[in-house]
Structure formats: C-alpha cells, structure tokens
Design a protein around this ligand. Structure first.
Ligand code: ADP
Ligand code: S3P
Length: 174
C-alpha cells in the first residue's frame, strides 16, 4: 500500500468515524476524527460552534484543522460530511493522500441518523420527513464532490466488512 494518509469522506452517517477506527486498526495507522479534534481544540461541541459562530466559521475551522494534519504519516482521517464539499478541501486531500468515499443509500443514512440527530446541528431539529428530504437534497448537492474521491466503497455492509473492503482496495492500488 502506497498511501500514508487515508481520508474518509461521505455523508453524515455513512460510517466515516466507525469504519475509520476499524480501518486504522487493520492498517496499524493512527485514527483521528476531525470533528473530535475541533471539539477538543475549540473546547466546544460542534453544535455550539454552529449556534454561536455559524456554519461558515465552522467550515474555516474545519479546513484549518484538516490542513494541520496533512504532514502526519500513517493516519486515517474521518472528515465531517461537509468537509469535502467546502473550498478546495477535496483537492487538498487528493494531493496529500488517498481519499475514500463511503457510498451509502439515503435510506441507510436515514436509519442510522434518525436515532442520533442531536449531535449533528444540521439535522437536530428535523422530523422524519424533513430529515429524509434533507438527506436526498444535500446528497445530491454534495455527490459531485464525493465522486472525486480516488476510491469509492459501498458503505452498506457491516463496519468490519466496509473497513476490510477498503483495505483490499488500497492494497490493489499498490
Ligand atoms: P459518520 O462519521 O459518517 O457520521 P458514524 O460512524 O458516526 O458516521 O456512524 C453513524 C451511526 O451509524 C453510528 O451509530 C454507527 O454505529 C452506525 N454505523 C456506521 N457504519 C455502519 C455500518 N457499516 N453498519 C451498521 N451501522 C453503522
Ligand atoms: C456535517 C457533518 C458532521 C459535522 C457537522 C457538519 C455536515 O460530521 O462535521 O455536524 O455538514 O454534513 P459527520 O459527517 O461525522 O456527522
């Protein structure tokens, strides 16, 4: 495998954090979740950054946090769902390592996100119908960015299966 930096991209609920942890174990890489790093550095939750400073400020913090990890070696980075679709983040990640799109069906995303909306400010106040509509519309808006990833994997299997599938695809690249 020739990449020392793996960036997982995809919609909220596609499994970037869960699969990322598993993949890092398989590869013996370090794992970081950009949202967790942001919360630690800012000493605030993602929800409170959105409510106090707004989405644009969050995106700038997210971009700076991404940029601060580009020199790290042997690292799996779980990005937030909007990270790849902001500014030149996708190009930055493609230039620094291997981007992997976790491709999940809107129905799958709905079932994963509905029970855990509260920590995700963009969907926290939505009822079921609004949530489903949001997933469909936002995915359509972001799909062209996600599709620029160097690898694409079906995110519908178990966490272990998805991680193993990424590992196989990464090995096939080298
Ligand atoms: P993301 O980081 O992309 O927002 P998470 O890893 O936080 O996604 O996953 C959201 C929810 O979906 C969590 O409850 C997680 O356990 C579950 N989940 C993620 N991937 C899978 C999977 N492949 N199979 C079943 N459940 C999953
Ligand atoms: C966001 C996704 C979240 C988090 C923030 C915004 C988005 O990350 O960065 O709530 O714009 O899709 P996850 O994809 O890890 O839930």
């Amino acid at each position: 495998m020739n990449s020392s930096r793996i960036f997982l991209i995809g919609f909220m609920g596609s499994g970037k954090s869960s699969v990322g942890k598993e993949l890092a174990k398989l590869l013996k890489y370090k794992f970081i979740d950009l949202d967790d790093v942001i919360e630690k550095c800012e000493k605030r939750t993602i929800a409170s950054i959105f409510s106090e400073f707004g989405e644009h400020k969050f995106r700038k913090i997210e971009q700076a946090t991404l940029e601060s990890h580009l020199q790290h070696e042997k690292i799996v980075v779980a990005t937030g769902g909007g990270c790849a679709a902001f500014g030149n983040n996708l190009e930055i990640m493609n230039g620094a390592g291997m981007t992997v799109y976790l491709d999940a069906h809107p129905g799958t995303l709905f079932h994963r996100l509905a029970p855990e909306k509260s920590s995700r400010p963009l969907i926290a106040s939505k009822g079921d119908i609004d949530l489903m509509e949001y997933i469909i519309d936002k995915l359509e808006e972001r799909i062209s960015f996600y599709n620029k990833a160097q690898l694409k994997v079906d995110a519908g299997g178990s966490i272990r299966e998805v991680a193993r599938n990424i590992e196989i695809q990464l090995n096939n690249q080298s």
